[in-house]
Design a protein around this ligand. Structure first.
Ligand SMILES: [Fe+2]
Ligand SMILES: [Fe+2]
Length: 256
């Protein structure tokens, strides 16, 4: 019996997988942005020269990364939900909760999109990133609410039964206090005419995923169709102020 026929160890399998991924990239080199390295605690970026030297005969990837799910030529919001958002359960649960609670479509959409910053992109200041991504395509009130929910999450509102989340005590510790910029944002939001729309996101912001709850993106396709102005050129190719953000999600390892 061939002595190499034994099962591979985990690290051998990881190496093999890495090798396969490299092959899938063909003659292209996928590059990591500074942000990817910062996430690993390194202030670093690879120069083009260094990458070429380490990968003789190859050129930089300047488009789709074959390791990621393919995107259509004219991607829709739904395509991003399916192929780029790392998690959608929380978004779908929040939107389902709002829908069942009889909220208007504007609020349901805001709930469906409120954490796309985290789901697709980045955690820090996720409300601001998410709002910026959707701003050209939704009612101004929806984008505003998505931006503001980030600050409102930290402040109770007994008038609608919203309390400081116990989950935050677990996540951040009992002594965490929101930074002054968050407090200031909350105070601005509190007196705004659309305060309740942002507040309703927090009211429907479901933290514990119930494995028995049936949530389905299909339930929201019509609401998205009526309330999200899908550009005919595809998200990323419509020259909107946030088109570059959608393109970056599509091609996160493009060299430039
Ligand atoms: Fe959030
Ligand atoms: Fe949330």
């Amino acid at each position: 019996m061939n002595e190499h026929a034994r099962p591979l160890t985990l690290s051998e399998r990881a190496d093999e997988l890495e090798e396969e991924m490299m092959h899938d990239l063909g003659a292209r080199i996928a590059s990591k942005s500074t942000l990817f390295y910062l996430g690993d605690g390194k202030v670093q970026v690879d120069t083009g020269e260094a990458l070429l030297a380490a990968n003789p005969g190859k050129h930089m990837l300047m488009g789709a990364d074959p390791r990621l799910p393919p995107m259509p030529d004219k991607p829709t919001l739904i395509d991003f939900f399916k192929a780029r958002f790392a998690t959608t359960a929380h978004l779908l649960q929040s939107a389902t909760h709002a829908l069942k609670g009889g909220q208007p479509e504007k609020v349901v959409l805001a709930c469906l999109l409120h954490d796309i910053g985290v789901a697709s992109f980045i955690r820090c200041d996720h409300g601001y990133w998410g709002a910026q991504m959707i701003e050209p395509y939704v009612d101004e009130e929806v984008a505003w609410a998505v931006r503001m929910h980030q600050a409102l999450r930290f402040f109770p509102d007994p008038s609608v039964g919203y309390e400081y989340p116990q989950m935050y005590v677990k996540l951040f510790g009992a002594d965490y206090r929101p930074e002054p910029y968050i407090v200031a944002e909350y105070e601005r939001a509190r007196n705004h005419k659309w305060y309740m729309t942002a507040r309703l996101i927090t009211v429907n912001d479901i933290y514990s995923f119930d494995p028995n709850a049936t949530v389905n993106l299909d339930d929201f396709v019509d609401i998205v169709g009526r309330n999200f102005k899908q550009p005919k050129e595809g998200l990323g190719f419509d020259n909107s102020p946030s088109a570059h953000m959608w393109r970056t999600l599509m091609w996160p390892t493009r060299f430039l």
